[in-house]
Design a protein around this ligand. Structure first.
Ligand SMILES: Cc1cc2nc3c(=O)[nH]c(=O)nc-3n(C[C@H](O)[C@H](O)[C@H](O)COP(=O)(O)OP(=O)(O)OC[C@H]3O[C@@H](n4cnc5c(N)ncnc54)[C@H](O)[C@@H]3O)c2cc1C
Length: 224
């Protein structure tokens, strides 16, 4: 469990299986007893993790609840191969600004994991919006990755803190000024936004309309 309502599952590949895939792609899963009910999940592991996939799932509707509450070690799930073009541009002079809310942070764990393991010079900044400090997925892991990777920064903003919360970090929604404050060389920055449609569309508006970033420098993954 990452949080009381969010779980990472590790799906071991069948023996002898091999596939080429890329960090940032998603898989589509189904239970063998309901093969027509399929849902997509971004890989929270990276392409260096061969032999299994990891996905991180929030208890939500039917599939989310079944996996978070009922999946147990040894269960078998059907998996359609990784797909998608939400891929990190891991070039040495690039800066990836990765914007997420709630469970939308999942693919960015894969981005940072690959860059850290390969000791890349690519800069990665995650700007992450959560309701409260209890809702930060991968908090410990991202803080640890910040220690290991000097090119990685993890910034959180909380939107619904209770007055008694001791959090001293940023509060409020992600806005253009906050994003702007993290941009170094604009022409080498690639923006990513992932999560529910509303968050992604708001972020596209901030980045492209308010900050004037060309469309070619932004990749989005809309979850519906
Ligand atoms: C490319 C991609 C990657 C994704 N990656 C992830 C990921 O990494 N992690 C993750 O958690 N999700 C991810 N998703 C979302 C995921 O695919 C599912 O949409 C999500 O798990 C919900 O599916 P479900 O079957 O559980 O919900 P559904 O049963 O389809 O319900 C969808 C929503 O409607 C609500 N709902 C359902 N029935 C009712 C009702 N009768 N009345 C009112 N509301 C209702 C549910 O609460 C839920 O919010 C991704 C989606 C895409 C497209």
């Amino acid at each position: 469990m990452e949080l009381p309502d969010t779980k990472t599952i590790n799906l071991k590949w069948p023996d002898g299986y091999h596939i080429d895939f890329k960090t940032g792609q998603f898989i589509t899963v189904y239970w063998p007893d309901t093969p027509n009910y399929k849902r997509a999940y971004s890989l929270s592991s990276c392409a260096l993790d061969q032999g299994s996939y990891e996905v991180t799932i929030k208890r939500d509707g039917k599939m989310g609840t079944r996996i978070v509450d009922w999946a147990k070690v040894g269960d078998r799930l059907g998996v359609l191969p990784p797909a998608g073009k939400f891929l990190p541009v891991l070039e040495h002079n690039k800066h990836l600004i990765c914007i997420a809310g709630g469970s939308g942070v999942t693919p960015f764990r894969g981005f940072v994991r690959e860059a850290t393991r390969r000791k890349l010079e690519t800069k990665i900044t995650i700007l992450y919006s959560v309701r409260t400090t209890n809702d930060i997925i991968f908090n410990t892991e991202f803080r640890q990755l910040e220690q290991e990777n000097p090119n990685f920064k993890f910034h959180v903003t909380c939107t619904r803190l209770t007055p008694s919360d001791p959090w001293t970090g940023r509060c409020g929604r992600i806005d253009a000024a906050w994003i702007q404050s993290h941009i170094g060389e604009a022409q080498n920055t690639v923006f990513y936004a992932c999560g529910p449609n509303e968050l992604v569309e708001n972020t596209q508006h901030l980045v492209m309309n308010e900050l004037g970033v060309p469309k070619a420098q932004m990749l989005v993954e809309k979850w519906g």
